[in-house]
Design a protein around this ligand. Structure first.
Ligand code: AG3
Length: 288
């Protein structure tokens, strides 16, 4: 019998993926988790019936979340990107990309659901690719809101690699949490947030960026990248920076920095970096 797995995120539109093989399915302490193989997307993980990760396209989201802020910071001031906090991100994909920056001395990953890390280590070894065992990585199993609340000017970058604002992820979209992140970021640092699909979930991006502005970040904006497994158009990442114009770093400077890193990417490069902040008008209206 064929099994089709449905994404139930949106009210008026559902997408189904054919599962060749279901490898794991359970209700964890925090959420429903399923891992299966699909011929187009490779191995897929869904949490609470929403695609989180596919091996075919994970590079897009993970490269952008890590390299945009780190390359920008290092380009404006070498050796400024030293400490990073990833909230969520239990698959280890963002962590993997973050650790490719030698300037990063400490990368903390704070994930609420231990079973996400365990299952991803087992079923998605190429996604973390050894990142969890890297001596610069520190894994904390905790509620991200509580962890962040206890930090004071500790991190150069905070990356919120969350689920959608439903279930356990909802608290990661509140003004209170963003304010705590603001205190946890050092002067000149930056926060990024998984901010959904502007076409399908416009209110989500608008509300987050409104909160960034109310909190008085020097730059409150977003960039996008089209990640085919997040069905419904480009995916946005919110951008709240304590440094003015951090999204506008000169492309030549970005190239210098990026070439020095000497890493291979499949989506990110400095042109794509700058271009990602060029928002189509329907998205720009949400953030302006
Ligand atoms: N992080 C973002 C998944 C959001 C999916 N939401 C959606 N399609 N609206 C997943 C974890 C990747 N490391």
């Amino acid at each position: 019998m064929e099994r089709w797995v449905e994404e139930t995120l949106h009210l008026d539109w559902r997408t189904r993926l054919k599962a060749e093989t279901v490898l794991f399915e359970s209700q964890t302490e925090h959420q429903h988790l399923i891992i299966f193989d699909n011929n187009r997307f490779g191995r897929v993980m869904m949490l609470d019936h929403i695609v989180q990760l596919t091996t075919a396209d994970e590079f897009i989201y993970h490269e952008m979340m890590a390299h945009v802020p780190l390359t920008a910071l290092e380009a404006v001031e070498p050796e400024t990107a030293k400490s990073v906090l990833i909230v969520g991100g239990g698959d280890g994909g963002v962590l993997r990309e973050v650790l490719r920056h030698p300037s990063v001395e400490r990368a903390v990953l704070c994930e609420i659901d231990r079973s996400v890390i365990d299952m991803c280590r087992e079923y998605f070894p190429t996604v973390s690719d050894g990142a969890f065992d890297n001596p610069r990585a520190e894994i904390v199993i905790a509620d991200g809101t509580e962890y962040v609340r206890q930090q004071q000017a500790e991190f150069d970058v905070i990356m919120v690699d969350s689920t959608d604002p439903i279930g356990p992820g909802a608290v990661l979209f509140t003004k209170e949490f963003y304010g705590d992140c603001q205190r946890a970021i050092k002067e000149g640092g930056v926060m990024l947030t998984q901010n959904g699909l502007p076409f399908m979930q416009p209110d989500e991006l608008k509300q987050s960026v409104d909160f960034f502005k109310e909190l008085g970040f020097a730059e409150s904006s977003a960039f996008t990248a089209t990640t085919p497994g997040y069905f419904g158009g480009p995916m946005s990442q919110g951008w709240a920076s304590k440094r003015a114009d951090l999204s506008k770093v000169d492309v030549e400077l970005l190239w210098q920095r990026f070439k020095a890193l000497d890493i291979e990417t499949r989506y990110y490069d400095p042109e794509v970096h700058r271009g990602a902040f060029a928002l189509p008008r329907y998205i720009r209206e949400l953030v302006e």
